[in-house]
Design a protein around this ligand. Structure first.
Ligand SMILES: [Zn+2]
Length: 267
């Protein structure tokens, strides 16, 4: 028992130490926000994909008298809150397992474009929007995880409002309507700045009407990972939060389910 207790204490201390060395710079306690939508049968996937398929096992009390549960799931790489590995749109880009884990953790820069997107459902986040964050915070977007807050996560429980169409299949793709990052702004981030990753609270980093996915191509060619269908950005400060984004480590994968959280000091 004594050794078990000492292990538990060590783990708690270790956990606090990890938080302190990350975002909150010794300020306690930290807020922890889950930026992940749950996976279930109704989770939003691209219209050409089957959704998340969950097969319940023979769960319950077994003949030996203890409870046991073990289910199965099947999923496309790209659905729900997920990673786009650079390989998604770049033939020699990093696959999900090749992305250095250091690239998936870092300081968040939350770009608030909710006002622009409320006025224009296919809004393209511009260089000016990104520079607005730089001017407000007196620093450049370097070595940060850029998170684009369009406000679209509020529509998550309404597939039609979120995607712009209720249809499924290839015909639905032309009807997609949601904001994204302008290709020219993606080029600017990749060439003029240098960010760890880019996330957005819509189904795609390219806006709904995109046909050639130039923002994906630009970011993936620069080996910049993308996070899509990110949740709860309205609860993350514009500056000073620490993001930890850990996708499933699929060998050779072009993406995968993502668990992403933000931590920051409690005011
Ligand atoms: Zn994707």
């Amino acid at each position: 028992m004594g050794s078990v207790q000492s292990v538990a204490v060590w783990c708690v201390v270790c956990g606090v130490a990890v938080v302190c060395s990350g975002a909150v710079q010794g300020v306690e306690p930290a807020q922890v926000i889950d930026l992940t939508h749950s996976f279930h049968a109704g989770t939003i996937y691209w219209p050409t994909e089957k959704g998340f398929q969950f097969q319940q096992g023979d769960n319950g009390l077994n003949a030996k008298g203890y409870y046991y549960a073990a289910n199965r799931f099947t999923t496309a790489e790209h659905g729900g809150t997920h990673l786009d590995a650079p390989r998604h749109f770049s033939a020699d880009g990093q696959t999900a397992d090749q992305i250095p884990v250091e690239r998936l953790i870092g300081e968040a820069a939350v770009i608030d474009v909710t006002r622009q997107c409320a006025a224009d459902a296919t809004y393209l986040v511009s260089i000016e929007d990104l520079m607005g964050w730089e001017e407000a915070h007196g620093r450049q977007l370097r070595d940060v995880i850029v998170l684009l807050k369009t406000g679209w996560a509020d529509r998550w429980n309404d597939r039609t409002a979120y995607l712009g169409t209720e249809r499924m299949g290839p015909e639905a793709v032309a009807e997609l309507r949601f904001p994204g990052l302008a290709p020219i702004a993606a080029r600017w981030l990749a060439r003029e700045r240098g960010v760890k990753a880019v996330g957005i609270d819509t189904a795609s980093i390219d806006h709904g009407p995109s046909t050639h996915f130039e923002t994906h191509v630009t970011l993936c060619t620069a080996n910049i990972p993308i996070f899509e269908n990110v949740a709860s950005l309205d609860r993350v400060p514009a500056e000073g939060a620490w993001v930890t984004a850990l996708p499933m480590k699929i060998q050779g994968g072009s993406g995968g389910p993502l668990r992403i959280i933000a931590t920051f000091p409690t005011p």
